[in-house]
Write a protein of this length. Structure first.
Length: 433
């Protein structure tokens, strides 16, 4: 009976979504060997997709401004409990001032206020200690108050289920699906300057196994990106990704690992630009002291165009340093350099530095800061650099209510276009019961 109820719970959650996140993230495990979900955000693109771009028209991506860092509530809200189920009603209200909503140079930029409203619902299910599932759906509408740009709607839905000790002690199975639809160019990151509606969805299964000092993780993910506009439809594509991670725990403080990631990228409506990527890296995670930890890795990234056949590769290097002082202060520093490839950007040599920190000043008040500098030297001849900085203030009024204020500054310079800068100031509230 318990097994039947668990599968019924999963069947109810399952239709909620399909993923719009990248299908090219690597699987990792934490210090205890448990499987961690793939990392999110723009950093994914550093060593992933590849395509040979047309050299006739140099491509310049829109300036990337990052969404405010979402701070966790001081305590997990109780929600509405119904046996093994817990419902979490959610609501986000935000007002943003943007001094360059059209992403133009300073002679043509337009400013506006953006009013954003996003109600949603979260569902958690837990059966014993080994099985848990959760799902969420958020609907948002985004209104430019001076009508300088087209208003748009967003849909964001996710569902995932995790089964620990799944028939075999030490085996973890994580199944994940989600769906996202948006019309905001900023969400598209390095893709299109104009506002173009896009939807993305994917399905993934990740497997992790821990036995003694050895940890092995693998999985499969299928992701689709679908553009609504007729001119952008030619860029529709899907990606198959298979990552493999092997690690060996030499001691409590030292864990060497080896990763391999294969990705096949296929375009729906265009011939001659499908390609595969192969990324292999070796690294080591080390806990230097109780406060400092470091992760260093190096490897090779190869991109292979299918027809006509072509190949390009290069070395990649990554460094991450983290400092934690009790539960109140956390600082991080990361650097990367080497060959990477993207669906929209083609192959390039990139260098990136990122620094940030989270500071819990009181039980209710948090400050989060981050900064990133990135240079790109693409095979097409385009050279550009991007600088982003953010500071956010988060105040937990109640266990279920948070107020926040965020400032974003972004700059981009390129040898193929004018320099661009964007400033954003955001004020908002997050409600989660």
């Amino acid at each position: 009976m318990l097994k039947t109820r668990a599968w019924v719970a999963l069947a109810i959650l399952w239709p909620l979504a399909f993923t719009a996140k990248s299908a090219l993230a690597e699987l990792t495990t934490d210090e205890s060997g448990r499987l961690k979900p793939p990392m999110e955000g723009a950093a994914q693109g550093k060593t992933t997709n590849y395509v040979i771009e047309s050299p006739q028209i140099p491509y310049i991506p829109p300036l990337q401004t990052r969404a405010p860092r979402q701070q966790a509530f001081g305590e997990e809200p109780d929600g509405i409990r119904m046996g093994r189920w817990t419902l979490h009603p959610m609501m986000t209200e935000r007002l943003t001032y943007d001094d360059n909503v059209n992403g133009a140079d300073e002679t043509r930029q337009i400013h506006d206020f953006i009013s954003e409203h996003a109600p949603g619902i979260g569902v958690n299910y837990m059966r014993g200690r080994n099985f848990k599932a959760r799902g969420s759906y958020t609907f948002g509408w985004h209104d430019y108050l001076d009508d300088t740009q087209r208003d748009y709607l967003t849909h964001d839905a996710t569902v995932e289920a995790e089964w620990s000790n799944a028939g075999v002690r030490g085996l973890t199975i994580l199944v994940r699906q989600s769906y996202n639809q948006t019309g905001n160019t900023q969400v598209l990151e390095d893709e299109f300057l104009s506002f173009t509606r896009v939807q993305g969805y994917s399905s993934a299964i990740n497997l992790g196994y821990v036995r003694g000092r050895i940890s092995v993780a693998t999985g499969y993910e299928l992701a689709f990106t679908d553009y609504f506009g007729r001119t952008a439809t030619l860029n529709d594509y899907h990606a198959h990704s298979i990552p493999i991670v092997f690690s060996y725990k030499l001691s409590q403080r030292l864990v060497p690992y080896l990763t391999y990631n294969y990705t096949a990228n296929r375009f729906q409506h265009r011939d001659g630009i499908d390609f595969d990527t192969h990324i292999i890296k070796g690294g080591i995670r080390a806990t230097l002291t109780r406060k400092f930890s470091v992760d260093v890795s190096a490897g090779n990234s190869r991109a292979i165009a299918i027809e006509p056949y072509d190949s390009n590769d290069g070395q990649t290097y990554n460094f991450n340093l983290e400092y934690r002082h009790s539960s109140r202060i956390m600082a991080r520093l990361s650097a990367s350099h080497g060959f990477s490839a993207g669906v929209r950007t083609g192959s390039a040599t990139n260098t990136e530095f990122e620094i940030g920190g989270d500071f819990k000043l009181t039980r209710q008040f948090n400050i989060s800061t981050s900064g990133m500098w990135r240079t790109e030297d693409r095979d097409s001849g385009l050279q550009q650099s991007t600088l982003t900085a953010q500071v956010g203030f988060f105040y937990h009024i109640k266990k279920f209510l948070q107020a926040n204020a965020v400032y974003n500054r972004s700059e981009r310079s390129s040898n193929a276009g004018p320099d661009i800068a964007i400033n954003q100031v955001q004020f908002g509230f997050n409600f989660r019961w």
